[in-house]
Design a protein around this ligand. Sequence first.
Ligand SMILES: Cc1ncc(COP(=O)(O)O)c(C=O)c1O
Length: 433
Amino acid sequence: MSSNQPSQAVAKHKQYLFPAITMYYQDPIELVRGEGNYVWDHAGNRYLDAFGGVLTVSIGHANPKVVNAVVEQVKKLSHCSTLYAHAEMSNLAEKLASIAPGNLKKTFFTSSGTEANETAMNAARAATGRMDIITLRHSYSGRSLQTLAGCGQSGWKKVPLPVAGIKHAHAPYCYRCPFGQKFPECGLKCAEDLEELIITETGGEIAAFMAETIIGSGGFIVPPPGYFEKATAIARKFGGLFICDEVQAAWGRTGEHWWGIQHWDVKPDIMVSAKGMGNGAPVAMTIATPEVADKFPGITFATFGGNPISMASTRATIEVIEEQNLIDNCKTVGAYLGQKFKELMEKHSLIGDARGLGMMQAIELVKDRKTKEPAPAAVNKVFEEAKKRGVLLGKGGVYGNVIRTGLMLNAGKQQVDELVAAMDAGLTVAAAG
Ligand SMILES: Cc1ncc(COP(=O)(O)O)c(C=O)c1O
């Protein structure tokens, strides 16, 4: 890379923001511009953005169609709140009802995944009249008290969490199976764990089972075939609704379908998404069956929910995904990327597992393939080396030892090759110690 010129923005970030708001890299990056799959820092260095601001810039930075939709909307009306109808909001809700699985027909728009999950949890409790919600270990669901309590990672739970009624089931984490078993001989013990949890830790009736389709921040943990069918059947046996958190796995990213959960044969009662839906606009949704939505109590309101600018951005993003067949692209290019990660695994013993669906692919680094001892320091080395080579990656996993990638939905094999070459070099450096 060409320049290491110090950044004023990084210095002020360190001085004036909460220290907990950490930045990636030894020398953090100030980003000033993005176009398509690439971003530029303050010193003019170009990077392949292989994480998309945490899977959020889904169809490329400054996508012309999205830019145009936003600019045209700002010129007309920037805000109206949910006290008034707006065509961008109601048309988008209609569109979501047509592409969401099963009988998910009514939407509540908000501005972040946290709010959308909070809404979903409240809706499930109100609709069932019950309290207990089962979530998964290793999961992440947001920063509000209730969603933090739902998280299954100690790193995110450092504030006091006086929230009752949330229990954590074992994760469907095949690489580190909590039961020491192998799929399919395991008989999906992780899903069966829900039953024991419910009959020992709750009053025997639950409001909901809430799960990410692919456990994202936890390191792209992909549940095995049959997991959701079995887990949701158990939850429903005890009266629970299924809340599917598609904050990361939606919008075609997993290939083949709009929604990650469509890789399993189950229908959510409530589904949540955010991140990639507006290509960077602060927008989120909680979509529910009419039976659930109609029971949401009292009156409610969200100042920025359904904001015309976010709605226009989301509408344009969905149009681009449809017009450019990006769900197919995720399947093809994602399979190519998955294959390349398997090849990296043959070459580098640091990689204990390579996993993912579509354009949601990760590698988990270990010091030793037998003991599976996590190797978070090696992740940091790969990060620094890939950065030198102009590639930005994502981290994850409760042990900080997973490298996550979230290339844009319209990335091609060229971007995959760039990404893999940088990771290959980084892994070589990391292995050297
Ligand atoms: C699966 C999942 N749910 C919820 C959230 C919370 O979303 P937000 O940061 O927009 O509040 C995240 C954020 O990373 C997430 O990955």
